[in-house]
Design a protein around this ligand. Structure first.
Ligand SMILES: Nc1ncnc2c1ncn2[C@@H]1O[C@H](COP(=O)(O)OP(=O)(O)OP(=O)(O)O)[C@@H](O)[C@H]1O
Length: 298
């Protein structure tokens, strides 16, 4: 068989696939609108639930300026995203080992500058992940609360966006405002919803129905109900031990809920080809590019 010609688009795509032979990485951005609704709790425990499903997972603490995943896990980073952004270290130097083999990318706590990154810096940050060369199945990105530039850029750079909301009017209003901006201004057409810290499954469903009713009327977006996580004292107990509930109390109601969510996420279709945005691990997506279907596995 003749080797693809490097002067053609197909030939160049084949060259890139040879350079980046890994499978695509699924990237999930977790966002919330309002702070304090359990976004970091969901990010961390979703990441671990996916590990329990047999996946290799990295968790990025992108709560730039208000880092807390390392605190939640009792990790002590020497370097963090701020050092990476300053070009002082590479991604491999800031990665920490969390529970169950989770790879943790720590954020920069209390560094205001990180919260004010401009678009070019955020693009640089997304691209910095391309230097990670090990196999990886999923990257979970714990974004900041609210609707800052970092949240929308990171959401756009992911393939899936999970919005976390509680059954409180302020949380639902802020989640809706976030969904509106992501869909109307950033072209995100599909959003997953997790109802967290609710009293019952019916309560969780109510959060989703509320959001759907308004979104269906006013927005061009499809909302999917990813699941409900109950209010569970075991979450707080685990936090006090600087552990994740899924690991510390695997039989607790919230852990079982996270397992169910992890199962659902594991059943999603593999990521498709690049969509033309700034995207995480875009070179690994090229292998799935619709422009080069004949070359995959060639
Ligand atoms: N399902 C739950 N049951 C009980 N407590 C919970 C649950 N989820 C989160 N919490 C508690 O709620 C508090 C806020 O959670 P978390 O830090 O995850 O929120 P957040 O949305 O990431 O906040 P921020 O964005 O402001 O940093 C924590 O004390 C956490 O332990």
């Amino acid at each position: 068989m003749r080797a693809p010609d490097s002067n053609t688009v197909a030939g160049q795509a084949a060259g890139l696939i040879r350079l980046h032979p890994h499978r695509p990485v699924r990237v999930i951005a977790v966002a919330s609108g309002k702070g304090g609704v359990g976004k970091s709790t969901v990010s961390l425990n979703l990441a671990l639930a996916l590990i329990r499903q047999g996946q290799r997972v990295m968790l990025m603490d992108a709560d730039l300026g208000l880092a807390n995943i390392d605190v939640l896990l009792g990790l002590q980073p020497t370097y963090n995203l701020a050092h990476l952004m300053e070009g002082r270290v590479g991604l491999a130097d800031i990665l920490l080992e969390g529970p169950m083999g989770l790879k943790v990318v720590p954020a920069a706590s209390g560094r205001q500058r990180m919260a004010e990154l401009d678009r070019a810096q955020l693009v640089g940050l997304v691209q910095a992940f391309s230097e990670f060369s090990d196999d990886l199945d999923t990257l979970v990105v714990d974004t900041a609360a609210g609707i800052s530039g970092s949240v929308v850029t990171l959401a756009q750079a992911a393939q899936e966006v999970v919005v976390v909301a509680c059954n409180e009017p302020a949380s639902i209003t802020d989640a809706y405002a976030l969904i509106k901006v992501l869909s109307r201004d950033y072209g995100i057409g599909r959003i997953q919803v997790v109802a967290n810290a609710v009293r019952s499954a019916a309560d969780g469903r109510q959060v989703f129905d509320h959001l759907c009713r308004v979104a269906d009327r006013f927005l061009d977006v499809t909302l999917h109900f990813l699941g409900t996580v109950p209010h569970d004292e075991a979450v707080r107990r685990a936090v006090r031990q600087q552990r994740a509930v899924v690991e510390a109390y695997p039989g607790a109601p919230s852990s079982l809920a996270f397992d169910k969510i992890g199962e659902q996420v594991s059943g999603w279709q593999p990521p498709g080809g690049p969509r033309g945005n700034v995207e995480f691990f875009v070179e690994r997506l090229l292998g799935r590019s619709p422009a080069a279907p004949a070359l995959v596995g060639a």
